[in-house]
Design a protein around this ligand. Sequence first.
Ligand code: DGL
Length: 247
Amino acid sequence: MRIGVFDSGAGGLSVVKSLLEHQLFDEIIYYGDTARVPYGTKDKNTIIRYSLEALEFFNNFDIDLLITACNTVSAYALNEMREASHYDVIGVIEPGIRAVENKIDDKDARLLITGTRATIASQRYQKELKDIGYTNITALQTGLFVPIVEESIFDGSLLDEAMQHYFKDISAPNAVILGCTHFPLISDSIKRYFDDKPIMIHSGEAIVEYLQERYSLTSTNKPSNLKIYASDNVDGLRSIASNWLSE
Ligand code: DGL
């Protein structure tokens, strides 16, 4: 199987990392819209337009499935992308919600959703979690984590300050939903901030479980061939990939 992975920039590599670990596909074509990142600060119509334009890139490849690793795209543009493609398009929000359901039995557990401004404003996570009965949901826009991770800062004082800024009034959650491609890279630091207590919900792992269930996928037992493309500075993206994918 040859699949596409689309993200607004580099962050979707956190999802690619999980896909590579499980060797589910023969080939992964990654496209990051690095010329126009970030999407998380943009309006709905712009996010939809950019996402549909990204489909044109994938027309160059005969893909069987497209994963939108970007939470912001998953929150706004999935239906439009599905209507415009002849292959399945899967986002990260539904797998994330399923992962919460699988891991958290207590419907009154304190859930903390983190994400970009657009993802949190879309209310997608909040609504879907409420619909399946969760009662204690806090959603926080934590957009500052995006450039911090892009600088390959995964711990230390700058990140500590940003966490303090966002989390100082939050009572310790039972689970943290990492609702942004970049946040799995600082998952350990966020967990540590909350005394190592919360369960961390990671889109990459959630999507692997979802794909295994939905498509009955098993390991090909050989490394997937990864090809990385970008709308700007592809060398920069490839160097981030060699850094992040080896972390
Ligand atoms: N990929 C985005 C997301 O997961 C984060 C970066 C951006 O704002 O474009 O929401």
